[in-house]
Design a binder for this molecule. Structure first.
Ligand code: CA
Length: 222
């Protein structure tokens, strides 16, 4: 899962980026409204954290442009403390949730998890396929109750496929959702990650759909 943070306070932006990377997300950080608008319009994100008070273009205008472009990416706005008018304006402009500054990072991450889950049609914080379980809260993966250790990239790939269980996901889509923009993207590495995940979780967990991509299905009853 890949996130965009649009936040002009350098310390807060960097702290958020570190915390979200630590929680297993690929993260891009924009420090003004113009850069944020551009990235949000041109890159593929699973959710966006948008400060409202931004240089160049203010957050509400950025959000309004995205919605007018037809972008449906979930957006969580950061509002000034106690500013009910900010919250109302944010929601009216198409925000999906808000957090007032100052906030606990844990709360922000929990709200993001919920937004991403809802956007992909998953009601539970635990994503399940057969005997494989991924807990989006702890970042832990188990197979038949036994913990399985995945690298950060393997986890991102498995998490994306589980969020989109039963759908065919192209290699390009995977690349767009598991790497941040600064990462040296090589589509061959996707196949390497898939091979490693199959070794750890079972050969049949991810199906290759020739010419189209990959699919993670709920296994049929034996
Ligand atoms: Ca600000």
């Amino acid at each position: 899962m890949r996130l965009l943070i649009v936040e002009d306070e350098p310390t807060l932006g960097q702290q958020l980026r570190n915390a979200l990377e630590g929680a297993g997300y690929a993260v891009d950080l924009a420090t003004d409204g113009e850069e944020g608008l551009y990235l949000g319009s041109n890159e593929q994100y699973d959710a966006i954290i948008l400060d409202l008070g931004l240089p160049e273009i203010d957050g509400l205008t950025v959000l309004d442009r995205w919605r007018k472009e037809g972008k449906t990416t979930p957006v969580l706005v950061l509002t000034a403390r106690d500013s009910w008018s900010d919250k109302v304006a944010g929601l009216d402009a198409g925000a999906d949730d808000y957090v007032a500054k100052p906030f606990q990072t844990e709360e922000l991450i929990a709200r993001l998890r919920a937004l991403i889950r809802r956007a992909s049609g998953n009601a539970s914080a635990e994503l399940i396929a057969g005997d494989i379980r991924l807990d989006t809260r702890s970042g832990k993966v188990t197979k038949a109750g036994e913990p399985v250790k995945l690298t950060a990239q393997e986890y991102k790939l498995l998490s994306y496929l589980l969020h989109h269980k039963g759908k065919v996901v192209s290699r390009t889509e995977l690349i767009e959702h598991i790497y941040d923009q600064d990462f040296d993207r090589d589509s061959n590495t996707i196949e390497v990650f898939v091979t490693r995940i199959r070794k750890k979780l079972g050969a049949d967990v991810i199906t290759t759909i020739r010419g189209l991509g990959y699919s993670l299905e709920e296994p049929a009853d034996a």
